[in-house]
Design a protein around this ligand. Structure first.
Ligand code: SF4
Ligand code: SF4
Length: 280
C-alpha cells in the first residue's frame, strides 16, 4: 500500500522523540550533572532516544578503532632499559605506502661512526594532507606508528602547527595501550611479547640492548633457547626481562666491526642477486 514506508518512518521518529523523555526520566536528569561516568552510560548502547551532546563540555566516547592522525610510539619513561626510545626504526615503509605522501623521515646516524642507525632523527607528518587512512599503521612492521583518538587539533596557524614533528608525534606506549587495549593485546599476541621486536630479540639472545656496553674478552655464549627466555603472551607490562648490562651513555645500535661488515656483505650479495634477477 502506498505511504506505508512513510508512516513507518514517522512512527520511528515519534518513538525516538518519546523515548528521549522516557530515558530522561529513567536517568533522573542525571545527564545534566556533568559526571563523566554518567555521560558514558548515557552514551551507551542501552540508551534510547536522542540527546544533545553539549560539546565541548561533553564529548561522545570514540570507539577503539577510531582513527585520526598518526602518532609514534616511544617507550615509557619507566622502562628499565629503553626509556624514551623510539619504536620506529626509520625503515621508511610508512612513508612509501602513504597515499598522499605526507610523511617525511630523516634517518639517524651514529655520531661516533657516522653510519645510519635504526632510529629516526626527524619525523614529520603534515596533518592537513593526511587523510587518516591508517595505511602507515597497518604496514609498519614494528608497530611503531598508530592512529590517535585526539581529534581536537584545530589551530590558528596551519603553516607550522599542522606539520607535526617527532616531538609532537611521540607518545608513550602506555598511551596506546590505554586508548586501544584490544588492538594492543592482539599485536602483543602476534609479536609474542609486549616489548619491541628488536628488544625482545636481543633479550632472547641474552644480549644487552645496549650493544656498546663494555664487553667481556670472550664472546658471550648465546642464550639457550629455553621456554623461559620466550616472552609470555600475557597482558603484563614490560614482559621482556631487563638486560643486566645496560651501561649508561651507550648507544643501543653499536655493534662490532666484524658483525657490521658481515651484515654489509650480505646486503651487497642480496642487492647483486636482485640486480641479476632484474637483468635476466
Ligand atoms: S614503517 Fe614504522 S618503523 Fe618504518 S619508518 Fe614508519 S613508523 Fe618507523
Ligand atoms: S593515515 Fe594515511 S594519509 Fe595519514 S600519514 Fe598514515 S598513510 Fe599517510
Amino acid at each position: 500500500m502506498y505511504g506505508t514506508g512513510l508512516a513507518k518512518g514517522l512512527m520511528l521518529t515519534l518513538r525516538h522523540f518519546v523515548d528521549s523523555y522516557i530515558d530522561d526520566i529513567r536517568y533522573g536528569f542525571r545527564k545534566y550533572s556533568h559526571s563523566v561516568d554518567n555521560f558514558g552510560i548515557r552514551q551507551g548502547t542501552q540508551t534510547k532516544g536522542v540527546i544533545t551532546v553539549q560539546y565541548p563540555d561533553e564529548k561522545v566516547a570514540v570507539p577503539e578503532r577510531f582513527r585520526f592522525v598518526p602518532f609514534l610510539i616511544v617507550e615509557d619513561e619507566y622502562h628499565p632499559t629503553r626509556a624514551g626510545k623510539d619504536w620506529c626504526t626509520s625503515c621508511g615503509i610508512c612513508a612509501k605506502v602513504c597515499p598522499p605522501q605526507c610523511i617525511w623521515i630523516v634517518r639517524g646516524n651514529d655520531p661516533a661512526t657516522g653510519r645510519p642507525v635504526p632510529e629516526p632523527e626527524a619525523f614529520f607528518i603534515d596533518i592537513d594532507i593526511c587523510m587518516n587512512c591508517g595505511y602507515c599503521a597497518e604496514y609498519c612492521p614494528f608497530d611503531a606508528i598508530k592512529m590517535d583518538h585526539d581529534y581536537e587539533l584545530a589551530s590558528y596557524d596551519r603553516t607550522t602547527h599542522h606539520i607535526h614533528d617527532k616531538e609532537r608525534l611521540s607518545k608513550p606506549n602506555s598511551y596506546w595501550r590505554s586508548i586501544a587495549p584490544t588492538r594492543a593485546y592482539e599485536e602483543m599476541l602476534a609479536r609474542g611479547t609486549w616489548e619491541h621486536k628488536d628488544a625482545a630479540k636481543e633479550a632472547r639472545r641474552g644480549k644487552s640492548s645496549s650493544r656498546s656496553a663494555p664487553r667481556p674478552a670472550a664472546k658471550p655464549a648465546p642464550a639457550p633457547a629455553t621456554k623461559e627466555a620466550q616472552p609470555t603472551p600475557e597482558p603484563a607490562v614490560n614482559a621482556a626481562p631487563a638486560p643486566a648490562a645496560a651501561a649508561e651513555g651507550t648507544t643501543p645500535w653499536s655493534e662490532d666491526d666484524a658483525k657490521r661488515e658481515e651484515r654489509r656483505r650480505k646486503a651487497l650479495e642480496r642487492k647483486a642477486r636482485r640486480a641479476a634477477k632484474r637483468g635476466g
